[in-house]
Design a binder for this molecule. Structure first.
Ligand code: UDP
Ligand code: MG
Length: 136
């Protein structure tokens, strides 16, 4: 059965700073994702805290929010059959050291915090995260 999904992808500050945006976008396109919408912006620490609210109780929350707001990011709505899982697979494990060959984090990630990309992890979060960045 067809299951066309949308998911939110973020190219994080470490990757935007290294001018990897076009290369990462081309990986999505060559893996069958459509980029329905895209924008480059820098968010405030407060906005990052809202975005990552699920991680509020984690020891890395403060550093994570500082990091995500530290420089420009590129946010995209990706669309594909089963986009949420396919994007997670293409991103690879959170820690680039554990990510499989062929994944974006293996190729570009610098560390567990500077891991180049974000992707929604569920249908519910994809909807919330798309709304967060593209509510207009
Ligand atoms: N993160 C971190 N330290 C950790 C775990 C996660 O800095 O020990 C950061 C990392 O940038 C990660 C983000 O927090 O991408 C969100 O964590 P999550 O477990 O949701 O990983 P993801 O879904 O991004 O793979
Ligand atoms: Mg996550």
């Amino acid at each position: 059965m067809s299951n066309l999904e949308k998911t939110l992808s973020i190219i994080k500050p470490d990757a935007v700073e290294r001018n990897l945006t076009e290369q990462i976008k081309s990986i999505f396109l060559s893996n069958g994702f459509k980029i329905l919408n895209e924008k480059k912006l820098q968010i405030s620490k407060n906005e990052a805290e809202q975005f990552y609210l699920v991680h509020q109780s984690k020891p890395f929350y403060n550093d994570l929010c500082s990091y995500l707001s530290s420089g420009p990011i590129v946010v995209m709505i990706l669309e594909k059959e089963n986009a949420i899982k396919h994007n997670r697979d293409l991103m690879g494990a959170t820690n680039p050291k554990d990510a499989k060959l062929g994944t974006i984090r293996k190729q570009f990630g610098l560390s567990i915090d500077k891991n180049s990309v974000h992707g929604s992890d569920s249908l519910e979060n994809a909807t919330l995260e798309i709304e967060f960045f593209f509510k207009d």
